[in-house]
Structures are given as structure tokens and as C-alpha cells.
Design a protein around this ligand. Structure first.
Ligand SMILES: [Zn+2]
Length: 166
């Protein structure tokens, strides 16, 4: 197996590790995988935390480590979070957005301009007729909204755009 094949295998594993707070959405599709480095039987993974306030980083780290170390040729997998690399909601893949909707979470708005008001469509019926119910969702990363068309409450991921200074 070439190093390229090993790298691809690790990437495909990362597509199967879900965020503990968003079951069915993988850490890969959330745009959290920053770099994967394979050298022989060692794998080093650098990840970017999605939201500074989310407490699940240790769980994610362990889940990723375990999943990758289950690959037969991997002897050791180190997972580190980089706080230098910046994550934004734009890093979520199309697949990730689809999965979020299935889970009843509206993906963050695209082309969001920091500081401006934002709106999302209902993940169930796509209606734009929604009201912000409570900006403090179950975690700091999510808001609770209410759809006036299908009468469902739903969550939305808050848009986050960060600019690197480098
Ligand atoms: Zn709706």
C-alpha cells in the first residue's frame, strides 16, 4: 500500500467519525480536519475546533484516535487541535449541510457578512418564514428557531467567519 493509499484510507475513516453533538455529521464534513500526515505506521492528524465554546473536543479527539487506530496497518494515531488554523462555517461540506438538515439543524447561511443580520430556511420544509425563538440554543454554537410554515422548532448553526491574520 502506498502512502497515498494510506492517506486516502485515513480520510475515508474520518468521514465516518461523527461529531458527538451532531450525530450523523462527520468531523470531516464539518470541515474540522486540517491536515493528515502518514509516515509508515504512524498517523498524525491536525484538527480545527469548530467553536471555541464547544466542550466536546476531548471526545472528538478520542473518537478520531480510536477509529484510525482500528485500521490494521496503523500502529499509532496522534490527534491534535490547532488553534492557529481558523475554522469558519464555510468549511462545512455540501454533504455536511445535507446531513445537518436531516438532523433538523439548518446549515449556516452562505455568504454571511460578519456583524450583519442573518437568516436561514427551515430544514424541514425550506420555508423562509421563520422566527428566532431563543438565540441561546443547547450549545453556544446553535440557535433555536421556529418555522411558522410547518410549525416546527429547529436549530440553526450560527455563522462563524474568522479571518486569519497571517
Ligand atoms: Zn418548516
Amino acid at each position: 500500500m502506498t502512502e497515498q493509499q494510506q492517506w486516502e484510507e485515513v480520510m475515508s475513516i474520518l468521514r465516518t467519525v461523527d461529531d458527538p453533538e451532531l450525530p450523523s455529521v462527520s468531523v470531516f464534513d464539518l470541515g474540522m480536519v486540517h491536515a493528515v500526515h502518514v509516515s509508515g505506521v504512524d498517523v498524525q492528524i491536525t484538527m480545527v475546533p469548530t467553536f471555541a465554546g464547544c466542550p466536546a473536543l476531548d471526545i472528538i479527539k478520542n473518537n478520531v484516535k480510536q477509529a484510525v487506530e482500528n485500521v490494521p496497518w496503523v500502529e499509532r494515531c496522534d490527534v491534535a487541535f490547532s488553534f492557529q488554523a481558523l475554522w469558519s462555517t464555510d468549511a462545512i461540506t455540501e454533504e455536511g449541510k445535507k446531513q445537518l438538515k436531516k438532523y433538523g439543524v439548518a446549515p449556516p447561511p452562505e455568504n454571511y457578512i460578519p456583524g450583519e443580520e442573518w437568516s436561514v430556511d427551515c430544514p424541514y420544509c425550506e420555508s423562509a418564514y421563520v422566527t428566532m425563538d431563543n438565540i441561546f440554543g443547547p450549545t453556544a454554537c446553535r440557535s433555536i428557531l421556529y418555522c411558522r410554515s410547518c410549525k416546527n422548532p429547529f436549530e440553526a448553526m450560527k455563522p462563524v467567519i474568522q479571518y486569519s491574520l497571517s
